[in-house]
Design a binder for this molecule. Structure first.
Ligand SMILES: NC(=O)c1ccc[n+]([C@@H]2O[C@H](COP(=O)([O-])OP(=O)(O)OC[C@H]3O[C@@H](n4cnc5c(N)ncnc54)[C@H](OP(=O)(O)O)[C@@H]3O)[C@@H](O)[C@H]2O)c1
Length: 322
């Protein structure tokens, strides 16, 4: 297939391009930041500079590429720090998920492209009632915390627009597997605490597994949504100490809800205490997807072993008994 990947230079985009090319697909990959075209070209794709917020440019780029399929992986989440003002931090990503999605869908219609996939996010998407592990049929959060309203509305828009047009949304877990993963610095500095009882549930996914599921969804997915998460949704109080250990950091602090609300805001309290995880049963069943990293429990150690501070000198072996 000839595949147009919007956001080919990003964390998941780069891995996706590499895997698509390995599978024999031809890739036109877009980038935004100067210099990132080389990254896309080095992977074997044809790089195209594109601002997804310029609908005319999007239409021209898609018509020129004449693809069989479009995959929307564009976000603006590098250097994300301020979770207290959640919607403000996500504002550009929200535009990419609304205006960017609409521009790509319009271009797809103009170019006669009927295969369309887009990136969404599983943790934080689902209603915070009932079970802690959600399937694709469960309702999206109807009443997001105020700090996340615009972000949830943008994800809902993306979901409805893409599936309404016969496309596929990929509701990924929290990405890990790269040296610049967002959780590394705060966990190392002990700035990511367990809030209250730490009962909020998260789902994770290694970037390589996320890319693999995306290739399969492109090749054989049915219109609708897929949770692209690992096998083990888990409460923060379970996974955070393991992540700290995998990074060679001290164990996380514990803080009461009121203090977390004051310092980090209501979105952080929600994610730490009430968010839901997701089930990958549908993606495994329908896509024939097998994970290289079925759980964060071992995945964190595999991913972060190269980042751990080198151990001191090897202890001298004890003298062998003669
Ligand atoms: N599910 C998750 O947990 C999740 C989801 C997304 C991101 N993240 C994390 O957030 C961090 C940053 O993600 P990232 O490395 O993928 O970078 P990013 O800054 O979020 O960019 C992603 C892609 O979108 C492109 N892009 C940005 N603005 C655009 C625009 N206006 N028009 C067209 N394309 C645009 C970028 O192009 P350029 O590279 O050229 O700027 C890049 O290809 C990573 O640690 C990642 O793991 C996590």
């Amino acid at each position: 297939m000839r595949v147009f990947v919007a956001g080919a230079s990003g964390a998941v985009g780069t891995r996706l391009v590499a895997q698509l090319i390995d599978r024999g697909h031809e890739v036109i990959g877009t980038f935004r930041s100067p210099g990132h075209g080389e990254r896309v070209g080095a992977l074997g794709a044809t790089p195209v500079a594109l601002d997804l917020l310029d609908p005319r440019a999007v239409r021209e780029a898609v018509l020129a590429a004449a693809p069989d399929a479009i995959v929307h992986q564009a976000t603006a989440l590098a250097d994300l720090r301020d979770f207290k003002h959640f919607d403000r931090s996500f504002a550009q990503t929200n535009r990419l998920r609304t205006e960017g999605t609409d521009a790509l869908l319009a271009a797809a219609a103009a170019a006669g492209v009927d295969r369309f996939l887009a990136q969404s996010y599983a943790s934080a998407l689902y209603a915070r009632t009932g079970g802690f592990v959600k399937t694709e049929d469960d309702p999206l959060d109807p009443a997001p915390v105020p700090a996340m309203r615009e972000t949830l509305a943008a994800m809902r828009h993306l979901d409805e627009a893409v599936t309404g047009a016969g496309g596929i949304t990929l509701r990924y877990g929290g990405f890990y597997g790269a040296a610049n993963d967002g959780l590394i610095a705060p966990v190392r500095k002990r700035l990511f605490p367990i809030v209250g009882g730490g009962g909020g549930v998260s789902s994770f996914i290694h970037l390589d597994d996320a890319a693999a599921a995306t290739v399969l969804a492109l090749e054989r997915g049915r219109p609708g949504s897929y949770n692209v998460v690992d096998d083990e949704p888990a409460a923060v109080r379970e996974w955070l100490p393991v992540l700290a250990e995998a990074l060679g950091a001290k164990p996380p602090r514990r803080v009461p809800r009121w203090l977390a609300r004051l310092v980090a805001g209501e979105a952080a309290v929600m994610m730490g205490t009430a968010s839901r995880g997701a089930s990958n049963a549908k993606a495994k069943r329908e896509l024939g997807w097998t994970l290289r990293h079925p759980s964060w429990r071992t995945g964190f150690f595999a991913a972060y072993a190269p980042l751990r501070a080198p151990a001191g000198p090897e202890p001298r072996p004890a003298a062998l008994p003669s």
